[in-house]
Every structure is written in structure tokens, then in C-alpha cells.
Design a protein around this ligand. Sequence first.
Ligand SMILES: Nc1ncnc2c1ncn2[C@@H]1O[C@H](COP(=O)(O)OP(=O)(O)OP(=O)(O)O)[C@@H](O)[C@H]1O
Length: 264
Amino acid sequence: MNENKSNSILKAKNLSIGYKTRKKEIVVSHNINFDLQQGQLIGLVGANGIGKSTLLRTLIKVQPNLSGSIFLNNRDLKETSTIELAKQLSIVLTESLASKNLSVYELVALGRHPYTNWIGNLSTEDTQKVDEAIGLVNISDLKEKKCFELSDGQLQKVMIARALAQDTDIIVLDEPTTHLDMYHKAYILKLLQRLTKETGKTILFSSHEIDLAIQLCDTMLVMTTKNIVCDEPCNLIEDGVFNSLFPKDMIAFDTKTGSFKISQ
Ligand SMILES: Nc1ncnc2c1ncn2[C@@H]1O[C@H](COP(=O)(O)OP(=O)(O)OP(=O)(O)O)[C@@H](O)[C@H]1O
């Protein structure tokens, strides 16, 4: 992997993630090391329950790490304030939206919250950023609609536009293709790929769409019970990393096609 420090956007060093109760510590994964590079599309994959959401929540500072360090733009995440973080990192989560009564425009405009005053008044720059985000995601025709009128696929695009309006270096999405059909899963992931190319932003997403991620990502983080591997998809295939993801009696990875097949 390219370890060029100047292009490092998000780095984990000897990171241990999990949950702490008063009585015990539950380690979900430990000894995590990676260095994600600017401008890339990065897919985080792994079996159900392996710890993808736990890792993303730790990386976005929603839950504390057990040990080790995270560096965002070469700065320790511990030293980054909430408002600084909101200017560098935006989040798209799958949880159902509390504010579905808002119009699409109003929801996208919420992305400007780190920059607006306490009443939320939008400056000329804010409205420009909101219009730009709406244009990038191609949802101008939805601008006036209420969010409760949208399909899951449309809503996902609106949430991505909100993150773009926040204008951060990195966008983190937890399972952005959940609830979508095959066409829309491919559509959203291709959109994310296009956005990395057009905006230079880094996009990190978790997904169960491993086949699509292999085709579209610059880099993948693969979580297994043993460790987390970070590399280009072609190197991961070559190293047999995908073969160790699931029990082989049910599905096996076909190295030639780069996809999973039902074991006969
Ligand atoms: N609040 C919590 N307290 C204790 N353990 C938790 C908590 N939330 C999740 N876990 C455990 O952490 C482990 C990882 O869960 P996580 O949700 O991160 O996995 P995941 O890879 O995102 O799963 P999926 O693909 O099914 O969404 C699981 O064993 C889960 O039971």
C-alpha cells in the first residue's frame, strides 16, 4: 500500500475497538492499522457482526476507542473538536430520518450547519454549496419535495447531497445500499465513485455488496475474524483475502470472476 504521509486522510494505529461496561471490556477487533489516502473510494466489508459499524462509529468519534490512535488529516482525533470534525468529516447513516417533514432543499441545507450562525441563516456561499451538492447528485427535480415523499433510493441521494453540502474532506457512509434493489445499489456506489473523481473527496463506506465494491473501489478494508486488511481489490484477490470471509461449504470466492458463487 502507498504510505505517502502527505496524502494520508484517515489513519489507524494499533487501534482496538469495542465496548466497555463497568465489569468488562468487549474487544470487537484489535491491532488495526491502515492509512487511507485522499481522493479515494474505500469500501469496508466483512461478515455480519464482524464489527464494521463499530469501526465506523469509532472512526467518526461517536464511540471511544479501547486503545490506539486515529489520525484525521495527520492530527490525532482526540485533539479535534466537534466543530472542527464537522468541517472535515461528514456522515451518512442508514437510521430512519427524524426530519422527514423537511423539503429536500431544507435537508441538504442542514449540511451547512458547521458554517451557519445559531439561527441557521444561509450566506451566499452556503446557498452556492447547497446548489452545487444538489447538482452533483442530480436531484434538482426533487428540490421542492418533502422527504417523506421520497423512495429509499431518492432519499439516499439526498443524504449524500447533504454530506456534500457540508463540504468535508471525507464522507463516511454506513451501509448506503441497504433497502435498495440491485440497480440502485450499483447506481449509488457508482455515484460515490464519480464523486471521488469529480470532487477529490475521500469516501469511505461499509457494505455487503462485496462484488460491486471490488469493481468500483480504489482501496478496500476487509474485516475478518483474524485481522483487518487494507489494500487495492486486485491485490486482495491475489492474496486470497476474500476466500477467508465466509465458510466455504456455502459460498466460495471465484478468483477468475472476482465474485462469490454458491458452493455446489
Ligand atoms: N452497544 C453494544 N454493546 C456491546 N456489544 C455490541 C454493541 N453493539 C454491537 N455490539 C457487538 O459488536 C460486534 C460487532 O457489531 P457491528 O454492528 O459493529 O457489526 P457489523 O459488521 O456492522 O454487522 P452487520 O454487518 O450485521 O451490520 C457484534 O458482536 C455485536 O453484537
